[in-house]
Write a protein that binds this ligand. Structure first.
Ligand SMILES: CC(=O)N[C@H]1[C@@H](OP(=O)(O)OP(=O)(O)OC[C@H]2O[C@@H](n3ccc(=O)[nH]c3=O)[C@H](O)[C@@H]2O)O[C@H](CO)[C@@H](O)[C@@H]1O
Ligand SMILES: C=C(OP(=O)(O)O)C(=O)O
Length: 432
């Protein structure tokens, strides 16, 4: 099989605008919710990414009628045969656990592979288990899969010990058909939680409070079909705003919800970038005199862990020492070793990295070990002298649609290649 890799060269300041695709983390919840009715559910603004492709394969395999047109998917779940899901495919992405919340009431038993997605060391699912167990489900763990079973679900008061978007969405999905009232306390307030709640309400669910830390769900018996538009991807928008800073350019992200990016805009402003914020667009103006800053990740509306990795690349060119601390995923630093291959000097201590500024980078071959590590490497490659070759890019393609075309449209010197990265590296080493 041919390998795919990205070649990125030091680029002029990026200029231009792009329409931001639909959110990966929202759409994976929306498509699971779409399985909860026998009627057609049409989801628009679907990002063309690997996670969605895999999700469609999984649901088609259990009998869902999947109709795909340009950036739209219509699911009809009336012919689902069972909820024994392909264990290998469900382990290919993180949010496959939403199938549990979506299918448990009707099918009584869900068999599923362990959640995949990015490897940050530990990504427990104890809060999913806590919430679903409180509703009446039982978990059993086996070598390559686990099962969740429930004869019937009954509403409950559930307190999450940690704020988790995944468990909030999963338990919210399950509560829709649980008998009586469910209260989720210490719930995640992420826009993706709100998006899934909005779709479920449009389908006939009774969910109040999504977007706050207390969500109340009154169980209903059935849901109906509808059309729904996925929210824009705040993480992709954020990546391109940071790219304006990295290259000292001017980038407009269109079709965004600026409020979702408040914590990023605050940090980038502290660093010396400026912005023009419209109703549904943001223009970022890069500045070559960036200042160091400190950032600590937290759950929404605090600074997103997903954006600390791309931000690290920008910090390499700021003056002074920046610090990134990631208490959400203390091991989400696999990009650091890769950045060091480009010549970056970054010190890691516990859940923090210390990033001296004004660093000069030089192109090299690096691996995209997770999705945002990948985007941080693209950003670093835009600044590095010469050519950077990024391999293992399936991780990037899991979350970024048409990533090289979007960057290229803004003037980046970047291409997506098929073949052996080794050959390309050999060629590059002769010309740099
Ligand atoms: C597909 C998807 O939407 N992925 C996002 C989602 O991942 P994911 O849903 O996996 O992340 P969570 O929001 O659940 O995790 C937040 C925190 O809660 C902890 N935790 C989570 C569940 C649990 O049962 N027990 C527990 O301790 C996690 O280790 C982490 O420290 O939110 C993360 C945090 O915003 C993002 O980085 C991911 O991009
Ligand atoms: C961590 C991420 O994805 P996942 O949770 O799907 O691994 C991400 O989107 O940054």
């Amino acid at each position: 099989m041919k390998e795919k890799y990205i070649v990125v060269k030091k680029s002029d300041p990026l200029q231009g605008s792009l329409a931001v695709p639909g959110s990966k983390n929202a759409v994976l919840g929306l498509l699971a919710a779409a399985l909860m009715t026998d009627e057609d559910v049409k989801i628009e603004n679907i990002p063309q990414i690997l996670d969605v492709k895999v999700l469609c394969e999984i649901v088609a395999d259990i009998g869902v009628d999947v109709h795909e047109t340009d950036h739209q998917l219509i699911f009809n779940a009336k012919n689902i045969k069972h909820a024994e899901l392909n264990t290998a495919l469900t382990s290919k992405f993180r949010a496959s656990y939403y199938f549990i919340g979506a299918l448990i009431s009707k099918y009584k038993k869900v068999k599923i592979g362990y959640p995949g997605g990015d490897d940050f060391g530990s990504r427990p699912i104890d809060q999913h288990e806590k919430g679903l167990t409180a509703l009446g489900a039982t978990f059993n763990y086996y070598k390559d899969y686990y099962t969740v079973e429930a004869e019937r679900l009954k509403g409950a008061d559930i307190y999450f010990d940690v704020i988790t978007s995944g468990a909030t969405i999963n338990v919210m999905l399950a509560s829709v058909f649980a008998e009586g009232k469910t209260t989720l306390t210490n719930a995640a307030r992420d826009p993706e939680v709100v998006d899934v709640a909005n779709l479920l309400n449009k389908m006939g669910a009774n969910i109040r409070g999504a977007g706050t830390s207390k969500i109340i769900i009154h169980g209903v018996n059935t849901l109906k079909g509808c059309d729904y538009q996925t929210i824009p991807d705040r993480l992709i928008a954020g990546t391109f705003l940071i790219a304006a800073g990295v290259t000292g350019g001017q980038v407009t992200v269109r079709d965004v919800i600026p409020e979702h990016l408040t914590s990023l805009l605050e940090k980038l402003t502290e660093m010396g970038m400026t912005f023009e914020v419209g109703n549904n667009s943001i223009t970022a103006y890069g500045d070559h005199n960036l200042k160091a800053t400190r950032v600590k990740t937290g759950m929404y509306p605090l600074f997103a862990t997903d954006l600390q990795q791309p931000l690290t690349s920008l910090m390499l060119k700021a003056s002074g020492k920046s610090i990134v601390t990631d208490p959400i995923f203390p091991n989400r630093f696999r990009h650091i070793h890769q950045l060091s291959k480009l010549g970056a000097v970054i010190e890691k201590r516990k859940a923090s990295v210390f990033i001296p500024g004004n660093q000069k980078l030089k192109g090299a071959r690096v691996e995209a070990l997770d999705v945002r590590a990948g985007s941080s490497l693209i950003l670093a490659g835009l600044m590095a002298e010469g050519t950077t070759i990024i391999t293992d890019i399936d991780h990037i393609l899991r979350g970024y649609e048409n990533v090289t075309s979007l960057f290229a449209k803004l003037g980046a010197d970047i291409t997506l290649e098929n073949g052996s990265a080794d050959k390309s590296l050999h060629h590059v080493s002769k010309i740099i």
